[in-house]
Design a protein around this ligand. Sequence first.
Ligand code: AMP
Ligand code: MG
Length: 352
Amino acid sequence: MKTASILVPLLMLLSLIGCNRVESPVRLQGKTMGTTWSLTLSNLPAEIQSKQLQQQIEELLENINALMSTWRADSEISRFNTSTSTEWFDVSPQTHSLLQAAVRIHQQSGEAFDPTVSPLVELWGFGHTLPRQGLPDDSQITSTLQHTGLEKLQLHESAIRMRKSIPQLQLDLSAIAKGYAVDEVARLVSTQGLQNYLVEIGGEIRISGKNPQGEAWRVAIEYPHIEKLRSAAVIISVTDAAVATSGDYRNFVEIDGKRYSHIIDPLTGRPVTHNPASVTVITTDCLSADAWATAFSVIGSRKGVELANSLQMAAMFIEGDDDKLTTISSDKMMKYITNTPSQTQISGSGRE
Ligand code: AMP
Ligand code: MG
């Protein structure tokens, strides 16, 4: 069994060419959530100390991890997961509002996004337990499915509390917490009066204003094959939006010589098989972009592009093999796509 590293972010290239008026960009960076974070500021006013800003971001990320990391036994979410009580559990306002958003996306995505897949993630060998040998059998999958489903989580309507309807319910916020943290860093940076920046955690991005050249920021979406990582499949151009990408090309397990995605279809309890090589979503907040990129990976390109169009969302599905890629984009996505390397064929949803 082999698990590919997700340490290197999907974000690859910020184009710094074609300059007219160049500010002096400042880059802060560090590690969080098993990956890296970075903040690129087009300029830093003299009154703001980069060291102080770095420290504030580190504290903010530390606080989010203390609440939401399933890799920390003492985090709020881990305490909820290990508790077998079905009584109300007092929760932080941050986790409560994140879960309200998760419930909304779960419903809108036809349950494709489901943070209760945790026991399935473990069953397939993507979690904390040792890598698995051989495939889980049907009866293991069926019995594990009894312990999943976001309808088994109740969020209190007036108080900041939540409870499980079964003792086994567990939450895995891996598909949404990075996006949430990006939004929180962006909020911190904006409250300091900074307007032109790009913040990124593990490739989930939030962009504000213009790049150091005074132009829209350009972001390369990585070629979604393990052999060609770090080359650009598509380049998009964005101001004031969030960009998130999901795909199994960096994170998968190999069981008996076959690759299995780390994204689980909550309805079947199995890793997605039909999935596009990668899905990129652009929306206003990074929490939604992150969760929807995972959801669309479950839904697949054909139904996914229809749903994205009906919700007026920008989503791009990249499919194909090593030599030729095809992108299928929702209508709203097309305006972001700029120049494209020759091996990628771009097409819209077919409705234009
Ligand atoms: P991402 O890389 O943002 O697509 O998140 C994938 C991670 O989220 C996986 O490693 C799992 O921990 C978890 N996950 C897997 N499938 C789902 C799903 N259908 N809904 C929500 N979270 C999921
Ligand atoms: Mg995600």
